[in-house]
Every structure is written in C-alpha cells, then in structure tokens.
Ligand binder design. Structure first.
Ligand SMILES: *Cc1c(COP(=O)(O)O)cnc(C)c1O
Length: 388
C-alpha cells in the first residue's frame, strides 16, 4: 500500500463512522435472528429493525410507515421511479415521466428504461447554467398525464441544491407524485421542511458515514407505489427480502449522527469549501466553478478548467497524495464529457476538464492548504503534457 492519500472525495463515499460500526457489530454475528421469525431471537432482530425505522422517521419527522429500507441509493431511486410510474399508469392511465438532464444515472437511466422498455414517454425539464430547475418551468410542464416527477435535491457532480420543497408542493397540488434523490443532500442539509411536503425521498447509507449497500426510500402513505422486488411481505409489502439487520441498524445510526453534528459540520465544511473555491479561482488561469456558487452543498467544490484532461488531473493529484474526482464516481475511465456539465451549457473543451473536491468530517484545514499549494503546479504540468 502506498502512503494514504488525503481524502477529498466524500461525494463518492465516506468512511464508516466508528460509532456506526459499533452499533452494527452485534448484528453481524451474535444476533443473527430473522426479523420475520416468531421466536424470541427473531423478535429481537425485528425490534432492532423497528428501532432503526423509528430513528429514521424521527430524523425525517415522518410516520414510521413512510420508511422503506432498500439496498442503497440506486435501489431507492429505482423503486421510486418504477413504483410510482407503474402505479400511476394502473390508477389513472398516466404515462409520462418528467425529470432533468442533471440527475444521477440511477434516476436518468431508470427513466430511460421506463421509456424504452415500458412505453412511457420521457420529458426533461430545462436547467439553468447552475443546474437548477425553475419552479415556473415545472408548473408549465405538469400535465394530467404525468406519472411521476423526479428532480435531484443536491447534485453529486456540481453540488447545486434545487428548490425541491417548492417543486414537491407544485406536484402535490396536481396530485402528481414527486420524487427527489437526496442521497448527497441527506448528509448535509436539514430535510424536515422537504419531508413536510408529500415527497418521495431517496437516501443512501454510505454517503453519510454509514455502510454501503443500504438505503431508505421515504414514501408518504398517500402516494401509490408498486413494489419492484416481490416476495415476502417485508417493508409493508413494498420491498421483499429478509432484512439486512446490521446495515439497517448502521444506516439509522449514521443518519441520526448526521442530524446531530450537522450545525457544527455545516459551518466547518463551508469554511473549507469557500477557501477552495476562492483560491482556485484566484490562482488557476482559465478556471470556472461548475454549479451554483452559493446554493451548493457545504462540502462541495467543483470546477472546470479549459483545455485540460480531468482524468489526467485526478491521476496526477493522486500521485501527489490527494484523492479527488473528475465528477461522479460512476464514470471512471469514460472519455466522453459529463452529460450534467453539458446540460449547464459548458462546451466540451471545458466540460472535459472537470475536478470535484469534497471535504468531510475528518478533513483538516492544513490538508486543504496542502492541496491548494500543489494544485496550480499540477494543473500546469497536466496542461503542458496534454499540449504535446
Ligand atoms: C451515490 C449516489 C447514488 C447511488 O447510491 P448507492 O447507495 O451508491 O447506490 C444515487 N444518487 C446520488 C445523488 C448519489 O450521490
């Protein structure tokens, strides 16, 4: 193993919090009961799952019946889109899916599959050059035929935060299900105002210092949803399969911890983020911020640099001891520009030179300063190598 890098890629995943690991530990071995069993061991496991559900519901301030445990953010997105699309078609013949070009692939590819394989029509709402949806645009495009609307809460690539509570209320007025992917947002933003609106909300464990492979879909009971995974009656009949008890316990502990530490971490993170944003703009020629300069995740700085290979930059930074990303973790090795950046109107010569720097709970100011002190020279070196 090489010397550990300074980890500045918390939007890709976060380290498991030791308190979360401790909460999960008993359920990997000693407490192995199946929550669906009648005997005491089963009951004990069921109590752990229901305790976790209550903790999640308390953080989100929603009824416990609204909380569906899944295998992660991707499954929550799939269940929300497919489950509401099929239910809306069955109940009211609606056949149109309305989303945006800046969604995570778990939403966008799912919407495309609903169109290609299941006969839905797909419409994309426009976004402005920060990646935000204008509520008036949504209002104009809502039709009785709309089966579901999905708009990302906080963008993983560019950090931009959307006015999702407003969008959720517009959809609710027309009786149309509204879903938001809050997998990035849940670690950093208070979701209570959003939860007061009848929105479906996706959350994933590993983006908030919890385990990988577990997520939540919050689905208000008045929104019709059909299951994707059928079988036993787990999760109110909406998601079959024996509960992954340790991971569910871990997700709840992580979400609770995120809510408790949020005020302090929000201030600390935004200080580091703003230092990165301003110093890069001041010290690197031909650099722009991607996404909204202010309405963005507190831990998220992202840029585009003209005439530079973003993947080469990330590799060079890694050799200098800093783990960053060129955008989303899902695009490793893909030489085509990000659809999210193109949707902002950035030309390919800028969109190919993307860099995402996301700080976390353990990031120290001196680590950020160390990063900022090497970045301009690394960029210059990558630019001149690319010119040959
Ligand atoms: C990571 C991420 C997902 C996918 O979550 P997994 O738990 O990794 O499946 C979905 N949406 C956004 C915005 C993400 O950042």
């Amino acid at each position: 193993m090489p010397a550990p890098a300074v980890y500045l890629d918390h939007a890709a995943t976060t380290p498991l919090d030791p308190k979360v690991l401790a909460a999960m530990q008993p359920y990997f071995a000693a407490e192995y009961g199946n929550p669906s069993s009648i005997h005491a061991m089963g009951q004990h496991a069921e109590a752990a799952v229901e305790r976790a559900r209550s903790e999640v519901a308390a953080v989100l301030r929603c009824p416990t019946q609204d909380v569906i445990f899944t295998s992660g953010g991707s499954e929550s997105d799939n269940l929300a889109l497919r489950g509401t699309a099929f239910a809306s078609r069955e109940l009211r013949g609606a056949s149109r899916v309305l989303t945006t070009p800046v969604e995570h692939p778990a939403v966008l590819r799912t919407a495309e599959a609903l169109a290609r394989q299941h006969g839905f029509s797909l419409d994309l709402l426009p976004v402005d050059h920060f990646g935000q949806v204008d509520p008036d645009d949504l209002r104009r495009r809502l039709t009785p035929d709309t089966a579901v609307v999905s708009v990302i809460h906080a963008n993983n690539e560019i950090g931009t935060v959307n006015p999702v509570t407003h969008l959720a209320r517009l959809c609710a007025e027309q009786g149309i299900p509204f879903h938001t992917d809050a997998v990035q947002a849940a670690a950093h933003l208070d979701l209570q105002e959003l939860t007061d609106a009848p929105a479906l909300i996706s959350i994933g464990g590993h983006k908030l210092y919890g385990p990988k492979g577990v997520g939540v879909l919050r689905c208000p009971s008045q929104i019709p949803l059909l299951p994707e995974i059928t079988g036993g009656g787990q999760e109110h009949g909406l998601r079959a399969g024996t509960h992954n008890v340790p991971l569910i316990v871990g997700l709840a502990a992580a979400l609770k911890l995120a809510a408790e530490t949020r005020p302090v971490e929000h201030a600390r993170h935004s200080g580091l983020r703003d230092r990165i944003l301003s110093r890069v703009l001041a010290e690197v020629p031909q650099a722009v911020i991607s996404g909204h300069p202010l309405q963005r995740l507190p831990n998220h700085a992202s840029f585009c640099f003209h005439q530079l290979d973003g993947n080469a930059l990330v590799a060079a930074l890694d050799r200098s001891g800093y783990a960053c990303s060129s955008g989303s973790a899902c695009k490793t090795g893909d030489p085509t520009p990000s659809g999210v950046l193109l949707a902002l109107g950035l030309p390919p010569a800028w969109a190919l030179g993307s860099l995402r720097v996301t700080v976390g709970r353990s990031t120290l100011p001196r680590e950020v300063d160390g990063f900022l002190s090497v970045l301009p020279a690394v960029i210059q070196a990558v630019r001149s190598a690319g010119g040959n």
